[in-house]
Ligand binder design. Structure first.
Ligand code: ADP
Ligand code: MG
Length: 322
């Protein structure tokens, strides 16, 4: 099982940023209102994510670290109706297969639980004082998979990838207060007041946030909301378009193209807006079970959505010009 866990881990956990993404998604799924992330040395030495969510009951911990065990879906039908960020039950098992993991959690009981894992095995578990929620600390990432270590980019690149993923999770969840620190040095802080503009200001700068205009549109199947820059920013490239489906950050070429079309990319070649676009839709319309990292999706009614996106964005920008 250790080998299969390591193989599976390779698909879910490519780099330190993958750990950050999976742990934060779990914290979001647990209903947290505050998530604190700290990492040391690009995340290879240590990554910790602390939340104030539901916590894990002491008798559920083994299950949480078992591959393909998830508390989020139970029937095959649920697989087509996913409203949580996680559902594959792979992340914790995968991380524990390639790192040392410490867990401190309390699900609202009088006393919490402390546990540690190494090489995919539980080493230790005991009662421990803990605040409501969960703190997971991952150390020595990829210590037992040297090939994975070699494949990583420079420390700077890995740090940028961590920051990028937390930026997008924060933009997708303005109701949650995120704090990201590197070696306890602050990198990002959002306030969690459900105010996207405030978060954009914290992430991209106040100057830019002030120049962003609201985007709103809907059809019977989709509700689009978000912000788009009305001015070009010299830093801007495709990466500054954040697309969220029901709060899940996804990559989708077709939808990005529709945003670009609404922005008038024909008139402004090689110019990209800064945009945060959240699309709410019936989970039945989107298949997120395409790839282990869950960033690729397949959509039903994708043409309808593409049209609505283009229309909504061009309308927002035209309205703003007048
Ligand atoms: P998935 O998210 O796909 O269910 P994971 O391996 O990421 O799989 O997590 C396994 C299980 O552990 C989750 O289904 C959940 O029950 C529990 N869990 C993980 N992280 C947290 C957390 N931060 N708070 C509460 N429960 C958690
Ligand atoms: Mg998960």
């Amino acid at each position: 099982p250790e080998l299969t866990n390591q193989i599976a881990a390779g698909e879910v956990i490519e780099r330190p940023a993958s750990v950050v993404k999976e742990l934060c998604e779990n914290a979001i799924d647990a209903g947290s209102t505050r998530i604190r992330i700290n990492f040391v040395e690009a995340g290879l030495a240590e990554i910790s994510v602390q939340d104030n969510g539901s916590g894990i009951a002491s008798d559920q911990i083994d299950l949480a670290f078992t591959r393909h065990a998830t508390s989020k879906i139970s029937t095959q039908r649920d697989l087509f109706n996913i409203s949580t960020l996680g559902f594959r039950g792979e992340a914790l098992a995968s991380i524990a297969a390639v790192a040392h993991v410490d867990l401190l959690t309390n699900d609202g009981s009088a006393v919490g639980t402390k546990a540690s894992f190494a090489g995919g095995q539980k080493m230790h578990q005991e009662d421990a004082a803990a605040p409501q929620g969960t703190k997971i600390t991952v150390r020595d990432l990829f210590y037992n998979t040297p090939a994975r270590l070699k494949y990583l980019k420079s420390e700077r690149t890995e740090i940028l990838k961590i920051v990028d993923i937390v930026d997008r999770l924060a933009l997708g969840h303005p109701e949650i207060a995120f704090t990201l620190t590197n070696n306890n040095k602050p990198l990002l802080k959002t306030v969690g007041r459900d105010n996207l503009k405030l978060d954009v200001a914290n992430i991209y700068g106040r100057h830019l946030a002030e120049k962003m205009i609201p985007v709103e549109g809907k059809s019977s199947d989709f509700k689009i909301s978000g912000l788009i820059s009305s001015i070009e920013d010299t830093r801007s490239n495709r990466n500054f378009i954040s697309l969220l489906l029901n709060g899940r950050y996804v990559r989708n070429n077709q939808l990005t193209q529709s945003i670009m079309a609404g922005y008038g990319s024909k008139l402004r070649p090689r110019r990209y807006p800064i945009a945060v676009i959240n699309i709410e839709l019936d989970p039945l319309l989107v298949d997120v079970n395409v790839h282990p990292t869950k960033q690729e999706v397949r959509l039903s009614k994708d043409k309808e959505l593409a049209r609505l996106l283009t229309e909504t964005i061009s309308k927002a920008l035209i309205t703003n010009e007048h």
